[in-house]
Design a protein around this ligand. Structure first.
Ligand code: NAP
Length: 148
């Protein structure tokens, strides 16, 4: 990933984290939600993080020749047999885990916005695979297995 993209992405997460903490602070005087989702939220976040990491490992192996090749292949393994962008799917799972831990409308809105953005990107990625690879299986959806 180019350094500029990495810095932009890191800045996005930094601002999101800071504003979520601030939203948490603003909601201190509000009554606690009737159901505490922090425990399940940590589990959902961990699943999202692990799934995102695993699919990035599979992607990194596509260029394991070490020659700095920029070639693209159809990824295989994990959920790549069902969707074009499982790394985005697990990113979204992780963000909803954060929303469950925070239990603020702001964190939920952030997760929903990111999900909509990543859904658009994954649809564009699927269309790109279809245009570049004649053998790209039609059963592979963009983001959500069997659905989208
Ligand atoms: N929260 C958000 O709104 C948000 C938004 C965007 C990204 N993200 C996070 O950042 C991560 C990275 O985003 P991204 O858009 O760069 O993901 P990506 O397009 O899936 O690319 C990830 C890496 O895999 C390589 N790659 C992808 N498909 C390949 C293929 N078919 N053959 C060979 N190499 C391939 C890419 O190389 P190239 O760079 O050469 O294409 C890149 O180095 C995401 O998984 C997500 O966790 C979050």
């Amino acid at each position: 990933m180019p350094l500029g993209t990495a810095v932009g992405g890191a800045a996005n997460y930094l601002v999101a984290t800071a504003t979520m903490v601030y939203a948490q602070r603003l909601s201190r005087s509000v009554q606690d939600p009737p159901v505490d989702l922090r425990g399940p939220g940590v589990v959902v976040f961990a699943v999202g993080l692990a799934g995102n990491f695993y699919h990035h490992c599979l992607l990194s192996r596509l260029r394991a020749d070490g020659g700095g090749s920029k070639g693209y292949k159809i990824p295989r393994g994990g959920l790549f047999g069902l969707v074009a962008c499982p790394n985005y799917l697990f990113e979204i799972v992780g963000l909803f885990g954060v929303a469950m831990i925070a239990q603020t409308v702001y964190a939920l809105a952030y997760a929903t916005g990111a999900a909509a953005y990543l859904a658009g990107r994954s649809c564009a990625t699927r269309r790109w695979y279809q245009s570049k690879f004649d053998e790209f299986p039609a059963r592979i959806k963009a983001l959500v297995p069997y659905v989208l």
